[in-house]
Design a protein around this ligand. Structure first.
Ligand SMILES: Cc1cc2nc3c(=O)[nH]c(=O)nc-3n(C[C@H](O)[C@H](O)[C@H](O)COP(=O)(O)OP(=O)(O)OC[C@H]3O[C@@H](n4cnc5c(N)ncnc54)[C@H](O)[C@@H]3O)c2cc1C
Length: 467
């Protein structure tokens, strides 16, 4: 544990005074769900010394002051759906769960702003906006379970980012508790703000290393009444991927353009026990378009059909939306059911380089004799590659995976890409971050962290290490 103090009986007693005895857990059985996120494998499981469940920002502030006094790591946690081991207590200390901070504070229809606490589920934010006739456009595939605070802290992307942006573009303001325990509101309902540094955006994507988000001001946008999901099936990955730029360069402004490779499609089919179109040989491009006018939408569908057909599509059809999104959203779970241990890579490259990434992944799969299933938020340049261990002996896997990742990320950086498009760095990608992140960029990040969190109590050892 090194520089940190253990969470002893005195500290437990102080925590109980802050949040009440019922909201401080040290029982290993109760703490098990907090010992991991969605990253699989023994080495990614770490129990905290305690889990604490505050209900208010003031309680969070008191916990952080206590952590500074005694030098205790604090790991903020949402729903634990992360793919980066960012909400796991690797340095020991306290997991601060936001699950009891789940109130909707305000629905401001006039300013089209929704104010919620961090433990509100993403799907509930979406539902509230819909009830008001608006759209909340953040939509990670994990929406049913993830919390909005987790989405903010990871800058979650997902299925509407092409048109509406990632979580970063949905956040208008934040209430945070700083690492030293001050409560601060940044932004709120202002559409513009050039008053000094953009601290809201510094907090978004900071993975709990710069403070705890205790309130989120979210943008709602007008909900367009018509949405069509098109499924274009291609005979090979090249023709499928090549269509992405053509759609993006056309007058259509799609909500999303998703890619699924054939191995991924078959795996989802098997997992869901549901026949999917052309699963024998097809590669999918799913294009979602929304609009105010049905006729305009119909014209856009015709244009997509023409572009895809000219590019060799086997079929272009209006998708059974529920079925196709269920399949797309089950990608991770389906891969996990095939291979309990797998590595979810989250590469991001300029859109024009996606075909090269898909080809590289195919080459690496053959070279290292592993199955790699690919699904991409294609028009975002965000290629998810799930590398499956399956029957490979663990000691071989533990050697093979880092070699494969090294080769993959050397390639990704050579084409102008980065380590993570939306899942974040957490603990899982720490070594890769050290190797591939620009050293000056890393130096700036470290300087910010040291200035704001001088005792390094906020989620230490995530994104980068200060030691
Ligand atoms: C099936 C599946 C599909 C997914 N699809 C997507 C997708 O399409 N797009 C995408 O971007 N991600 C996706 N993810 C990854 C994951 O759901 C997102 O990263 C999500 O934003 C995490 O939210 P969470 O509430 O589970 O956060 P957690 O996993 O609990 O935490 C994630 C990070 O946020 C920090 N954190 C949480 N709450 C706070 C807070 N209040 N204040 C400060 N820091 C905090 C934690 O310390 C940690 O660093 C998917 C995951 C799964 C399992």
């Amino acid at each position: 544990m090194g520089k940190y103090h253990p969470v002893d009986a005195t500290i437990i007693s102080e925590l109980q005074q802050i949040v009440g005895a019922q909201a401080v857990w040290t029982d290993p059985g109760k703490m098990e769900p907090y010992s991991h996120d969605e990253v699989t494998g023994e080495k990614y499981i770490h129990y905290p010394e305690a889990v604490v469940l505050p209900e208010t920002a003031s309680q969070v502030a008191e916990i952080l002051k206590l952590a500074n006094r005694h030098l205790i790591p604090i790991v903020p946690r949402g729903a634990g759906t992360g793919y980066a081991c960012a909400a796991v207590a690797y340095e020991g200390g306290i997991v601060l769960s936001t699950e009891r901070m789940n109130r909707v504070i305000e629905i401001d229809e006039q300013n089209m702003v929704l104010v919620v606490e961090p433990g509100v589920r993403t799907v509930d934010v979406q539902k509230i906006a819909t009830q008001q006739g608006y759209l909340y456009a953040g939509e990670p595939s994990s929406s049913d379970s993830s919390f909005i605070g987790g989405n903010v802290a990871t800058n979650a992307g997902g299925l509407k980012a092409v048109k509406y942006g990632t979580t970063r573009q949905q956040v208008m303001g934040l209430e945070i508790v700083t690492p030293e325990g001050e409560i601060l509101t940044l932004g709120g309902k202002l559409k513009k703000d050039s008053t000094g540094y953009g601290l809201i955006q510094l907090m978004v994507g900071s993975e709990g290393t710069l403070g705890v988000v205790t309130k989120v001001y979210l943008k709602m946008v007008p909900r367009l009444p018509h949405v069509i999901d098109l499924l274009a099936v291609f005979p090979n990955p090249e023709s499928a991927i090549n269509i992405v730029a053509k759609v993006m360069q056309s007058p259509i402004s799609p909500v999303c353009v998703e890619f699924m490779d054939n191995k991924g499609i078959r795996c989802c089919e098997e997992f869901l026990h549901e026949k999917l179109p052309h699963s024998d040989q097809g590669y999918y491009i799913i294009i979602s378009i929304d609009g105010a006018n049905e006729d305009v939408l119909d014209d856009q569908c015709i244009l997509v059909d023409e572009l895809c057909t000219a590019n060799g599509a086997l079929e272009v059809l209006v998708a059974d939306s529920a079925k196709i999104w269920k399949a797309r959203k089950s990608f991770g779970e389906a891969n996990r059911s095939r291979s309990l241990i797998f590595s979810a890579e989250d590469t991001v490259v300029p859109m024009s380089r996606i075909p090269d990434v898909v080809a590289k992944l195919s080459e690496l799969g053959k070279k290292y004799e592993v199955s790699i299933h690919v699904a991409a938020h294609a028009a975002d340049g965000n290629v998810h590659a799930d590398i499956l261990k399956e029957g490979m002996p663990l000691e071989v896997w533990n050697k093979t995976l880092p070699q494969l990742q090294d080769e993959l990320y050397a390639f990704i950086y050579s084409v102008g890409g980065k380590l993570s498009g939306e899942h974040g760095i957490g603990y899982k990608r720490l070594a890769l971050m050290k190797k591939y992140c620009n050293p000056v960029e890393l130096k700036m990040m470290r300087a910010i962290k040291k200035a704001l969190d001088p005792n390094d109590i906020m989620n230490p050892g995530k994104i980068f290490s200060l030691d």
